[in-house]
Structures are given as C-alpha cells and as structure tokens.
Design a protein around this ligand. Structure first.
Ligand SMILES: Cc1ncc(COP(=O)(O)O)c(C=O)c1O
Length: 485
C-alpha cells in the first residue's frame, strides 16, 4: 500500500495535520472518482430517487445543529443509554409495557445518531451504498472479499439451477445432501481434523456444540470476551460456566486449579476476538489445559481465512492443530456465505451430531450456501498467499491509526478497533465518519465492557489503497475535530 502517495507519510505525522492544497484537490477528486463519496449522488432507480426525496423532507425538519450540540438532548440520550436495561425490570400486568417504554432508539433516530439496522441499498464489498451515497466499508467480516468473487457467484447460480433453493429439512431427516458431506470432508482436511459437521449458522454451531457437550457434572471455562453465541450455548447446556480474564493465562490457571480433578473441563476461547482483533495465546492455553486434563475448543470465526497458512486459522498459525480439540468456524466471514462448522475427532463430532439440538431441530444449510463455501475454500486453497496479503494490509492500516495517536488496543489482525471509551463520543465519532463517507461499526456496551466503547473497523483484501487512504484521512480529520488525537 502506498500511503505516501497522498501525503500519508509513515515518517511524518504532520501530514495528517497539514494537508496541503494538493491533498485537498485529491480528496475532492475522490468524491467523484471511483472510490469517492458523492454526498448527493442518487441511485439510478427512480424508486430510490423517491425514497431519497422523502428522506430529504424528513432531514429538513430534523433537529438543528444547535440542538445537536445541546447538552440537554445529549444528556437525555445518555441517561436513557445508561438505563438501557431498566426496561427489563418494569413490573406491569402488560408484558408489552417494557416495549412501550423502550424509547432510546426513537430518540437516537430523531437525532440521526442511531448506528444500527442501517439499510444498505448495495454492498459491493469494500464499497457500499446507503441512501444513494457511497461509503467506504470499514465494518465488514467479508475479510477476503469473496462475496463478489466471480467463481463463487457462478457456483452459487449453477447450484440453484440444479438443486433449487432449499435443503427442505433437517440434516437429521431429509436435509442431508451429498454436498454437505463433501464440504465436511473438505473442511476437516483444511483445519487438520478427522471429521467436521456443518450447521446452518455459526450461532447455531456454538449452541449445538455447547448444549451437547456441557453435561451437569462438567465445567466450561470461558475467556471473558468469548462471543455471545458461546454464552447462549452455555445457557442451553447443563454444566457450570466459569470465566477467566481475557487472554490471561494466570487467571485460567487459577480457575482450573480451583476445580475438582474428577470433572470434565472444556476451555472455550475465540481464536481471534471479534471486537478487539487480538489473538488467543493458544500455545499457553493448550499447555495449561493439558496440566489439568481439560479439553480446548477454539471458536475461529475470525481466524479462518485470516491467520495460518492459506487462512487455516489460529491453531495452524501457532502450528498446534493437533493439540486443539475442537475448532469451530462460521461461513459468514471469510467463506462468503452463511453457516458454520465444528471439527475434531470423529467420536466427538458423532456425539455432537446426535445431541446438537440447534442442528437436529433446524433445517439444513441450503445447497447454494454449501456451494459458496466450497468455492471460497477452493479459492483459499489455490491462493494460499491471500491471508498473508490481508494481514499486511491490516498491519499497515493499524500502524497509520497508531501514528495518528489513536488507541487501537491489542489488535494483531485486520480487525482494528478505535477505542474511544465513553458511549457518546463513540456514537458521535461514528456519525461524523458516516457523514464523511466511511462506514464503521459502533460498539458500545453490552457488546463491550462499560468504558471500552469503540468503533470496530476491519480491512478486507479487496480494499484498494485509495479506499484505505481516503478512510484514514477522514478518520484523522474527524478524530482531531472531536479531540481524540
Ligand atoms: C466469534 C464468533 N462466533 C460465532 C459467531 C456466529 O456466527 P454467525 O454470525 O455466522 O452465525 C460470530 C458472529 O459474529 C462470531 O463473531
């Protein structure tokens, strides 16, 4: 990536502070150029035109700039945000009363400060369209950009023509196609395990694994930053859940040494943490696990496609596939589809297959999704350098953010948080960037602990240098405006 091209010199932080005239011209060029953000550009579809003009009427009635800045309105929202869980404690004869009193979303929408459930007209990968406006996508899990790869699309269309649109039933009964089994064989081989089992979503995969394995006499020891699907899976299981401090081996050791030696123990970690972009210290985790006869389960939703040789994931990155007992992955990230899988020794996978309720009582992954995953897997195997290229892009981007003085936490991957701290400045940073043509993910509690609110940004292999450079300029501009740098 040539960050110098537009004055974003690695050696000279000043270039962020004093963009010269030439830089301004380039930035303006980008507004109309292929990577540009045209504020008023509408989509060609006349219906979209209508939608936009309706949107503009609302905008003209929106709260004025001075109101936007007024402490009162912000304060009101802050109070509602702080009390966001209060609604669940309401006592009322009407079970819907909590819904009626849940007002914070309406207020945030009135102020155009609501960062969720945004309607995308198109998402082309590194660039997306919202309200007819182009945004650089810095908030996607499509790490390898394969959702628009011609071979993936072609395989999907061919499969729909041949197999229709649904598997029409559960894997357990009529929903298992030969292609599910073939995909399972390919995945097992890819992550270096004996057998794999495919589920219909990543979320269901974790529900299925944990509800099946967590018996009443077992302990499940989780990193405190594990994904919500793991926490929900544990609610369905009968075992006792204990957290250890995030990526803290001493804390893991202390928890394990406090548990009875004659009980089953499963350590659960993410390979790459989805918000912070840091990596689990798997070699140390495995070493402690063996001391206490505990098994190790890695949710590698964000590690597959990104870490290891050809994207084989976190265990491969550390060359310890054989020492990790279970590897789980989702297809909604690098694999350009939806679905998930777990891989491990055959007898364990056979057990999950017969006790994983989220698979047994739900319809199988549709054929075209299987086709997308198989095509993506083939591309990853045929181009083993993709993961490495992505890592380099992510590293260059992260270094630039750091150089601006922004807090990127412990990120080691193309997932790079911009940690702000409090909720409101985070939301305002999100909104200002959004207006400048950059889409990021606004992450506030409960997705992260209180005081650790952030924008989650992520780099994709298909981001061009211009996309990243444009985004960096805007991030610097806005971060400076609101006093973050
Ligand atoms: C670490 C992790 N595990 C599991 C899941 C669930 O996967 P999916 O969204 O594909 O159902 C996610 C999704 O965000 C995730 O980040």
């Amino acid at each position: 990536m040539n960050l110098r091209k537009r004055g974003l010199s690695v050696a000279n932080k000043k270039t962020y502070e004093n963009p010269d005239a030439n830089e301004c011209t380039r930035a303006e060029e980008m507004v109309d150029g292929k990577t540009g953000i045209s504020e008023n550009k509408k989509l060609e579809n006349p219906k979209d035109e209508e939608k936009n003009s309706a949107h503009n009427v609302v905008e003209s009635e929106e709260i004025e700039e001075q109101d936007f800045n007024s402490g009162k309105i912000i304060g009101d929202i802050a109070n509602e945000i702080k009390g966001r869980f209060g609604v669940f404690r309401i006592k009322s004869p009407d079970i819907f009363e909590k819904c009626r009193r849940f007002r914070v979303v309406e207020k945030a929408k009135e102020l155009r400060l609501y960062p969720y459930f945004i309607e995308f007209e198109r998402n082309e990968g590194p660039v997306a369209y919202i309200n007819g406006q182009k945004k650089i996508m810095l908030g996607s899990n499509n790490y390898l950009g394969l959702t628009h790869h011609p071979k993936v699309k072609e395989e999907v269309m061919k499969t729909v023509r041949e197999y229709g649109t649904s598997a029409t039933g559960s894997r357990f009964l009529n929903g298992t196609l030969k292609m599910h089994i073939e995909l399972e064989e390919e995945l097992a081989e890819f992550v270096g395990k004996e057998k794999a089992l495919v589920f219909s979503t990543g979320y269901q995969t974790n529900l299925g694994i944990l509800s099946a394995l967590s018996g009443p006499n077992d302990y499940i020891i989780c990193d405190s930053k594990c994904h919500a699907s793991i926490i929900d899976g544990l609610e369905l299981g009968a075992g006792k859940k204990i957290n250890f401090r995030h990526n803290d081996i001493k804390s893991l050791y202390d928890v394990l040494s406090s548990l009875p030696s004659d009980r089953g123990k499963l350590i659960v970690v993410d390979g790459v943490y989805s918000m912070d972009g840091d990596i689990a210290p798997l070699p140390e985790i495995v070493e402690v696990a063996r001391k206490f006869s505990a098994r190790v389960f890695v949710d590698d939703a964000h590690g597959l496609g990104v870490l290891g040789y050809g994207g084989r994931g976190t265990a491969n990155h550390f060359s310890i596939e054989g020492e990790v007992d279970l590897i789980m992955g989702t297809f909604s990230k690098s694999f350009a589809s939806i679905g998930g899988f777990v891989a491990g020794e055959k007898y364990v996978i056979d057990f999950i297959q017969h006790f994983g309720r989220s698979m047994i009582f739900s319809a199988a992954l549709p054929p075209h999704c299987v086709a997308a995953v198989r095509a993506s897997l083939k591309i990853m195997k045929d181009n083993p350098n993709m993961a490495e290229e992505l890592r380099k892009k992510g590293e260059a981007y992260r270094n630039e953010l750091k150089r601006m003085g922004l807090n990127t936490g412990k990120s080691q991957t193309p997932i790079v948080p911009i940690i702000v701290g409090d909720d409101l400045p985070t939301i305002i940073l999100w909104k200002r960037l959004f207006d400048e043509g950059i889409y990021t993910n606004c992450v506030i509690p409960p997705a992260v602990p209180q005081g650790e609110s952030m924008l989650r940004t992520s780099i994709m292999l298909t981001h061009e240098d211009d996309h990243i450079e444009f985004a960096l300029e805007k991030i610097y501009k806005v971060a400076k405006e609101i006093g973050l740098t």
